[in-house]
Design a protein around this ligand. Structure first.
Ligand SMILES: Nc1ncnc2c1ncn2[C@@H]1O[C@H](COP(=O)(O)OP(=O)(O)OP(=O)(O)O)[C@@H](O)[C@H]1O
Length: 357
């Protein structure tokens, strides 16, 4: 993991630590409302100890009302790393003045310098401007108004709904092509780029949700409902088309998520993710193993599905197999064989009917 990712990860942890619904946020909001201003440092390590001057030792369990009362005093409040204990109040911080700062007021300049010098999380609550600013290392982030983030999150949910429709359409097309044995790498990539779009918007939503805390409950539920089906389909597609039969599609999907950023992924990057290392022509044909289509057969046990694919290797072979051929597969009797045939026939009819809509 590179440094940038490490910092991003810790920023999402930070946002969760001080999100609405947490005791720290309740305390910070009280300080904000009382207009006393505040300077809070998380973590009392050697680097912080070296720049703390004076103050009272408090050493008590964190409570929002204690934070509010202590913020009435000048100086900084120092909490432990996880923010569940108040250690010191009224502390003067003396960071290296040669460290650059883009802030103007002393509280914010101090906060920025302490964060840069110690890498600890520092929270500045402005007395006059009604803003909460977070600093950690070189990272600076001003918390936005909850209503602004909620609006953005709801817009993202609407976008996700549209993406889902587009995704479902491309999945319906893929099913038809799979039955007709006409899938090309280009078709596969088109579907995977749709998955990429969904992942991109999901990542944006997670950032909002981290900041929204309990205020984002509804958005979280909506996101989960929209995304779960898509992710399940995506994992089945990965199992169908990965170069080597992937036993761990969840890990592959996670790797896919890591790769997704604001830029559209290159086709080669996606094919590499699936294990194809050589150049692939988009018009070349490719054959699915059949995990996704076979999954549509109601109540087909996963072990039987695996046995089917082990035996026949590809979906077209399963489709061509007679009831007798299916009967020979381990765990499949005549009744089950007929059920599989019937299930595939029904799904095929449904797929072709959907295409005509
Ligand atoms: N080095 C420091 N250590 C601890 N507390 C500090 C330090 N410097 C400033 N403060 C705190 O910040 C308070 C306000 O300072 P100042 O008005 O210059 O800050 P500011 O950045 O303009 O913030 P605000 O927007 O809240 O006014 C001080 O009264 C003091 O409590």
């Amino acid at each position: 993991m590179d440094d940038k990712k490490l910092q991003q990860k810790s920023m999402s942890e930070i946002l969760q630590l001080i999100a609405p619904g947490t005791p720290i946020r309740e305390g910070i909001d009280n300080v904000l409302r009382a207009n006393t201003g505040g300077l809070i440092v998380l973590g009392y390590n050697d680097r912080i100890k070296a720049i703390v001057d004076g103050g009272f030792t408090i050493n008590c369990v964190f409570s929002p009302s204690y934070l509010y009362e202590l913020a009435k005093m000048d100086g900084a409040i120092i909490l432990n790393e996880s923010g569940n204990k108040i250690l010191i109040a009224n502390a003067q911080l003396a960071p290296d003045p040669s460290i650059s700062s883009s802030e103007t007021g002393m509280r914010h300049r101090t906060a920025e310098r302490v964060a840069k010098q110690t890498k600890s999380l520092v929270i500045a609550i402005s007395q006059r401007r009604n803003v909460i600013t977070l600093y950690q290392g070189n990272f600076r982030y001003a918390l936005k108004d909850i209503s602004v983030i909620l609006t953005k999150a709801n817009q993202a949910i609407q976008t996700l709904e549209k993406y889902k429709l587009v995704f479902n359409q491309s999945i319906a097309n893929l099913s038809v092509l799979e039955f007709e044995e006409l899938v090309t790498y280009g078709d596969l990539l088109q579907v995977l780029h749709r998955v990429e779009m969904v992942i991109r918007i999901k990542k944006e939503l997670i950032t909002y949700l981290n900041e929204l805390g309990t205020e984002g409950r509804l958005v979280r539920l909506q996101m989960k409902e929209l995304v779960t089906d898509i992710e399940e389909e995506a994992m089945l597609i990965i199992r169908d088309y990965a170069y080597v039969n992937q036993q761990k599609p969840v890990e592959m999907l996670l790797r896919f998520q890591d790769l997704v950023s604001s830029e559209v992924l290159d086709d080669n990057v996606i094919m590499k993710l699936l294990g194809f290392n050589n150049y692939i022509h988009p018009d070349d044909h490719v054959c699915p193993r059949g995990y996704r289509v076979l999954n549509k057969i109601p109540r087909l046990p996963i072990s039987i599905l695996e046995n089917l694919i082990n035996q026949f290797k590809t979906l077209p072979n399963v489709l061509k197999a007679s009831v007798d051929d299916l009967d020979e597969v381990e765990g499949i009797g005549e009744v089950m064989a007929r059920k599989i045939k019937e299930g595939l026939k029904l799904f095929r009819e449904q797929t072709f009917a959907d295409r005509q809509l």
